[in-house]
Write a protein that binds this ligand. Structure first.
Ligand code: ADP
Length: 360
């Protein structure tokens, strides 16, 4: 049942089948078309220019951050900017060392291997990847038993671009082999508005700036969510209005989807309510929260928690998660006396939410 709830979420930043069909169409192709993440883009363009100037393949790159922010898109952008081929795979898809060896021996000099969910590579696969990334060699064992021989194959100089939502789960040796680590942050409202307007242009949906602003406001700073909400609001505008997305139709459509003014949906609110109503505001562990509302703790960790931290609604402490006074206020719940007087999160009543997010 928890799976069902999760996959039905309109604001889930995880990829759905419908997104897959449209990704190619909506994906920016070059760095100049990629909205937001200004600092990351500045750093990345230096990395690219320098490699091109030296006529060398790009150093291995790791993108980390919550799902739906554009890690895969950036990998494609890098391949286009470098004018090389990109091969896409994911940690769980490479089951055996032999699978990786087959991929690596088919790479050409300069090619990019994009590994999504790179923290989920198996141990044996990782061990093959270390020398491949560092020295561009493939160590394989030929034959079995006493006659088995170690053979070292030379590989062309290729580039690994890794993506992960959980930097902390990456093993230290793997992490050390990436020459450049970039963290992706939630997007500013203005950047998401631009992404919505661009998406509407590509999908040929008439939209007013107020409509784009309303969608952006509720997209939790995540392009994938913004583009999905755009499509749902378009449906609403076509069925219930004249097809144009105005501020008013956007509000009506998003309210019907039960996505509130900050982009929180039913699952976010259930998590916050559980912490507040069942566990006295916390601290409480993620697994306990998950069990109490029948949701996977992984979903809560990847999808719910980062945005609630960003809003300053949750605080991560050594003993577990705590709801801050901002969360009580948003849900219109009375703040218990002890939450203000004895708890360390008292400052969050007075400081800005942005200062409190402590992700990684
Ligand atoms: P991730 O790999 O981080 O989960 P993706 O790269 O798959 O995210 O991006 C999700 C969707 O959002 C894609 O459809 C992509 O086109 C869109 N997108 C991501 N970043 C941007 C951006 N900066 N500008 C426009 N669209 C974006």
């Amino acid at each position: 049942m928890s799976d069902k709830t999760t996959s039905n979420r309109h604001i889930s930043p995880s990829k759905k089948r419908e997104d897959g069909r449209l990704d190619g169409l909506l994906r920016p192709q070059l760095l100049g078309e990629f909205t937001g993440q200004e600092r990351l883009k500045a750093n990345l363009s230096i990395l690219i220019e320098a490699a091109k100037g030296r006529e060398e393949p790009l150093d291995h790159v790791l993108f980390h951050g919550p799902p739906g922010l554009g890690k895969t898109t950036l990998a494609h952008v890098v391949a286009n900017e470098m004018n090389v081929n990109i091969r896409i795979t994911a940690g769980p898809a490479i089951e055996r060392a032999g699978d990786l060896a087959a991929i690596l021996t088919n790479m050409r000099a300069g090619d990019i291997l994009f590994i999504d969910e790179v923290h989920r590579l198996g141990r044996a696969v990782e061990e093959i990847l270390y020398p491949a990334m560092e020295d561009f060699v493939l160590d394989i064992v030929v034959g079995k038993g006493p006659g088995a021989k170690n053979v070292r194959l030379k590989l062309p100089r290729f580039t690994v671009i890794g993506a992960t939502t959980r930097l902390a789960l990456l093993t230290a040796p793997l992490r050390a082999r990436f020459g450049a680590l970039y963290r992706m942050d939630f997007y500013e409202q203005e950047a998401i508005e631009t992404i919505v307007l661009r998406g509407a242009g590509i999908l040929k949906v008439p939209i007013e700036p107020e409509g784009a602003a309303e969608i952006a406001l509720r997209s939790r700073g995540t392009p994938r969510v913004a583009l999905r909400l755009l499509r749902r609001v378009r449906d609403f505008a076509e069925v219930r209005a004249d097809g144009e997305i105005t501020g008013e139709t956007a509000v009506a459509a998003l309210n019907l989807l039960e996505i509130d003014s900050l982009g929180l949906d039913d699952l976010d609110r259930r998590v916050l309510r559980a912490i507040i109503e069942k566990f006295g505001g916390g601290p409480v562990g993620l697994d306990t929260i998950g069990a109490s509302i029948s949701e996977e703790s992984d979903t809560i960790m990847d999808v719910v928690e980062p945005y609630l931290l960003q809003l300053g609604f949750l605080e991560r402490t050594a003993r577990g998660r705590m709801a801050t006074p901002h969360a009580y206020a948003h849900l219109d719940l009375p703040l218990p006396h002890h939450a203000v007087s004895d708890k360390p999160n008292q400052r969050s009543l007075f400081s800005s939410p942005a200062e409190e997010s402590d992700e990684e």
